[in-house]
Write a protein that binds this ligand. Structure first.
Ligand code: ZN
Length: 309
């Protein structure tokens, strides 16, 4: 720092000259918004572990908790001590006379260790001689398939949150059993799957069943063969293409063809202009074997209200 000041700022050598403010963000010492922005941009360079913490799949309160823990901002005794807060430490998580540390609460307490093992074993995760951060990062980086990956990435957050809830509960006179914690974690995982993949039916599955389901999941693809059929004589057929949005069907493209398979009209339109076409009597649902997005209507050029001309 002294070298920097002597070389870059070059303080005046004469005495009795008033001190001046010097902005460290630029070489001339003058504040500019541009230099402040450059500084901030540099500081915001994201660390990979923070990116992994901030997933959208788990509730915000859990992510926020893990982020605080990562930055050592949760009120465990070791963190409080590092902030020079004097306390007599005691662990609330087990019967051992131990100092309360992050590692103890979240990993080495027998019940915490058992919880991690319960979920690690079935997921094929190693946890021997790992410290807490290594273990969490290992879960984040586990990859099998996309569906399982989302769950695996959320697991450390859910497990840590559950352990923290138990610790706080014990500290305030309550109790949380091991089985209750297992159930809580499984419940959170099922919630996550329901939100992320609503088509995978998950009801009361336990962790091993969830793993198997996600590993073996193959989407069912429904398809059926469609063939375009000519409209009757003096009728035109209107084929549409679009998308279903809630209860409304938004038409994008409309193609009108006559019985000779000549295209009479091809339009890209919105639903309001299609409504002109849907005046009673204008369109009659065609007979069987027609596609859902297909309508047959009498051919009368004056009815074809989609004319853009
Ligand atoms: Zn303990």
């Amino acid at each position: 720092m002294t070298d920097y000041i002597m070389e870059s700022i070059k303080p005046p050598l004469e005495e009795y000259i008033n001190d001046v403010a010097w902005w460290m963000g630029s070489t001339q010492g003058i504040f500019t918004v541009k230099s402040a922005w450059e500084l901030m941009k540099h500081k915001q360079e994201r660390r990979e572990d923070y990116q992994l913490i901030w997933t959208r799949e788990v509730p915000f309160k859990m992510i926020f908790f893990l982020w605080r823990l990562w930055k050592r901002r949760i009120a465990t005794d070791d963190n409080l001590k590092s902030m020079k807060i004097q306390i007599v430490s005691r662990c609330w998580c087990c019967s051992e006379i131990e100092e309360e540390t992050v590692t103890h609460v979240f990993l080495t307490t027998p019940i915490a260790n058992r919880l991690w093992r319960q979920f690690s074993n079935f997921a094929g995760m190693q946890m021997e001689s790992m410290h807490l951060q290594q273990l969490i990062i290992n879960w984040w980086k586990h990859s099998y398939n996309a569906k399982l990956e989302v769950v695996m990435r959320a697991m450390p957050t859910i497990i840590m949150w559950t352990l923290w809830k138990r610790r706080n509960n014990l500290k305030h006179g309550g109790t949380t059993t091991y089985n209750e914690m297992v159930m809580q974690v499984q419940k959170e995982v099922r919630k996550l799957i329901k939100l992320q993949h609503p088509w995978i039916h998950i009801k009361k599955e336990t962790w091993p069943q969830i793993i198997t389901r996600l590993k073996e999941y193959r989407p069912k693809i429904h398809h059926h063969y469609v063939q375009w059929k000519k409209p009757g004589r003096n009728k035109v057929k209107c084929n549409t293409d679009g998308q279903q949005e809630e209860i409304q069907f938004i038409f994008q493209d409309v193609v009108l063809m006559d019985d000779e398979q000549d295209v009479i009209e091809m339009e890209n339109l919105n639903d309001s202009s299609f409504n002109k076409l849907r005046k009673p009597g204008n369109i009659r649902q065609s007979h069987s074997h027609t596609r859902k997005n297909e309508k047959e209507l009498p051919y009368n050029p004056s009815h074809v209200g989609v004319d853009s001309a």
